[in-house]
Design a protein around this ligand. Structure first.
Ligand code: ZN
Length: 51
């Protein structure tokens, strides 16, 4: 990540195609710390077919 660029975190679930984008260095850091992928697995509507 170069200085001056806006930090972006993209999340895409290939099971249910939920996508989420977070921008901003502080938000991205918080977002990644919250383990969004694991968290989404608990909520993913397609999870029962694709654990
Ligand atoms: Zn999902």
């Amino acid at each position: 990540m170069e200085r001056g660029q806006v930090a972006i975190a993209d999340f895409l679930c290939t099971h249910c195609w939920t996508s989420r984008r977070v921008t901003g260095r502080a938000l991205v850091t918080d977002y990644l710390r919250s383990h969004p992928i694991q968290q989404h697995r608990d909520l993913c509507p397609a999870r029962k077919d694709n654990p």
